[in-house]
Design a protein around this ligand. Structure first.
Ligand SMILES: [Zn+2]
Length: 257
């Protein structure tokens, strides 16, 4: 099909003009995860892997048909979650959750509290019961901003401090929206000493996804911007990298000794 060919060419141009290096492998367990031994603690951060963004037919911003990039993101997030929970390593979960009378422009209503859209996808629902998991509901794109409490404290920064997290491994959706905003704010916060002892922000490319709204469909929706999935996934990772995040291609479990 012509449009498929033209999309592939667009991707070639974007990747050609905005290349970035991905580190091949991020090995957990090597440097990871014993505060007792003073080793570097890696915390897993899941961004918005909920029904309203990932489960087919689950609301205004959910995929309308099965989507490969989203499916493989969920699969990788579930794999890493299982691994972290088996080891009782720290996990922080952001869930986009909105009150019905408080819109989030420019998006249509989504993830309204009580709708079920605001809950973890079936493959991750079990995380709610895990003792090493901290869940933070937020009503804005940026999880760092969404973690600010009325008393001036920041729930995410508190978690980093309490668990002595030195590295966060970020997965979720959307690569170019909530994942990117959170990564950028966290890097700014790190640079001015707001999230000690955090040192590194690592984004797992295969563990992230964004949505697809091709031009021909966007043109039929009033006010919608086209949102080509592959291109914006790449650009999201590129922007994260340009702010100082590390982008990794694979995440594996090494020896914990
Ligand atoms: Zn939202």
């Amino acid at each position: 099909m012509g449009s498929v060919g033209s999309r592939a060419r667009t991707m070639d141009v974007i990747k050609g003009e905005m290349p970035f290096e991905e580190e091949e492998e991020f090995v957990l367990g090597k440097s990871n995860n014993s505060t007792k031994n003073n080793k570097d603690v890696v915390g897993l951060v899941l961004v918005d892997i909920l029904n309203g963004f990932c489960t087919v037919g689950s609301g205004n911003l959910a995929p309308t048909k099965p989507n490969k990039q989203i499916e493989s993101m969920v699969k990788e997030a579930a794999r890493l979650s299982k691994l972290f929970c088996e080891k009782k390593w720290p996990v922080f979960v952001f869930l986009d959750s909105h009150h019905p009378n408080k819109p989030e422009p420019p998006y249509p209503p989504h993830c309204l509290i009580g709708s079920g859209e605001e809950d973890l996808v079936p493959a991750l629902k079990w995380l709610e019961k895990e003792s090493n998991v901290t869940i933070k509901r937020k009503d804005c794109f940026d999880g760092f901003i969404g973690s600010m409490e009325k008393d001036g404290s920041n729930t995410f920064a508190k978690w980093v401090k309490a668990k002595e997290v030195k590295v966060i491994l970020v997965v979720g959706i959307c690569t170019d929206i909530c994942v990117l905003d959170f990564v950028c704010s966290t890097l700014s916060a790190r640079n001015i000493g707001m999230v000690p002892p955090l040192e590194d922000v690592v984004v797992y490319s295969q563990g992230c996804a964004t949505f697809d709204l091709p031009m021909d469909i966007a043109q039929t929706v009033k006010g919608a911007l086209p949102h080509p999935q592959e291109s914006l996934h790449h650009i999201g990772l590129y922007m994260a990298k340009s702010r100082g995040a590390k982008i990794v291609k694979t995440v594996t479990l090494g020896s914990s000794k």
